[in-house]
Design a protein around this ligand. Sequence first.
Ligand SMILES: Cc1cc2nc3c(=O)[nH]c(=O)nc-3n(C[C@H](O)[C@H](O)[C@H](O)COP(=O)(O)OP(=O)(O)OC[C@H]3O[C@@H](n4cnc5c(N)ncnc54)[C@H](O)[C@@H]3O)c2cc1C
Length: 410
Amino acid sequence: MSDATVLIVGAGQAAAQTATSLRQGGFEGKITILGEEPSPPYQRPPLSKAYLKGELEQERLYFKNAEWYESQNIDVLTNITISSVDADSMSATTQSGKIFNFDHLVFATGSRNRTLPMEGAQLENVFGLRNLVDVDALRPHVGPDKNLVIIGAGYIGLETAAVAQTLGTHVTVLELADRVLARVTSPIISAFYEDLHRRYGVNIKTRCSTSSINGKDGKADSVTLASGETLPCDALLIGIGILPNIEVAAEAGIKCEDGILVDEAGRTNIPHIYAAGDCAKRFILPYGRLGRLESVHNAIEQGKQVAAAIMGKPAPKLDCPWFWSDQYNIKLQIAGLSTDYDNFVIRGDSDNEKFAVFYFKDDILIAADAINSAPEFMTAKRLITAKAKVPPEWLADSDRSLKDIAAQFK
Ligand SMILES: Cc1cc2nc3c(=O)[nH]c(=O)nc-3n(C[C@H](O)[C@H](O)[C@H](O)COP(=O)(O)OP(=O)(O)OC[C@H]3O[C@@H](n4cnc5c(N)ncnc54)[C@H](O)[C@@H]3O)c2cc1C
């Protein structure tokens, strides 16, 4: 173990966690993180929040500074893309032909933005929002008297809309579905966010399909909708979801299915090769099905799992999935996955912007969306993990203590 080499492909959240957990767990071998971006591992959530707003320095995004990696004897090599992995010879090759040998290899390659298959989507002022370079490119187009059109009303589109609107930008959000956040939450939460954004002045258009992006001199200057309406823009942001970076793994013979398939310890079907984070698809507790999660919590949890597996230690205990989103003065905390719910109750008052929606399936609590309601979120996490059959009326009753409810399901 002390002279084993761990190669981590990708230098994001899952990579940083894997390396940190290995050292914390006493791993003494060589650890090398190889990332294609110019920066060392950094947090992405502030990119569409405080960093876009100009409230956070770039250095504050980094998980650790160069001295820390040096002190831990972790090599972080940036601007390096791994283009192939040979499982038999246990080696990985970079785009420029350099070969790295490994005893254990971790795919922590994350995901990339889906592109819009439309003429004009390649114009100079059409952006995605995935990494630091993207935000630095978008930022000059956000501010007073500028028109920003955002295609896609998922979390990234809406968080960007909130920051841009706060900074004085005229923002229009175009969404194909009949409501915002349709892929990830219930109509109640969608309606809450549509109302919130409209109150701040964002022009939200649902059931809206874009028919062309129009440009002049290499730059987009308007968007035409299927209805025939044309909206002027100074810049366009495309936020229509992400695709996992699985191609190198698939070519190496690793089983992939919209994600690199891993077991409960982060192991792929090939010995000594693991995957963690956005690129991995795993069994999700407590739902008993495979899924790919795109969240910080998932990247951290899987990074810890992989580190434990490499060190031959038992897999750490799993939590239910969770996520958050910050828009204006609203903090949304999401526990569990609400897909397929068959019943729900609301606790609190949406008019006061402080409430939670609890979702049930077959009488079991499966998820909660908590708006400015941290105790509801914390309680839901515990109850979901316990697969609790909580009477919905208990959770709907704001006078009933959450502590007392949780105590019934220990
Ligand atoms: C703008 C934004 C806001 C977000 N907000 C939230 C939030 O509020 N809450 C939340 O829970 N989650 C949020 N997320 C999601 C969260 O950041 C991701 O789930 C998390 O970063 C995943 O970590 P990862 O290590 O799997 O991938 P990443 O952090 O994407 O890192 C993967 C790295 O691997 C590199 N790479 C890929 N292929 C190769 C290769 N072949 N060779 C070398 N390097 C390679 C990539 O360039 C990238 O740097 C947000 C994401 C974005 C983009």
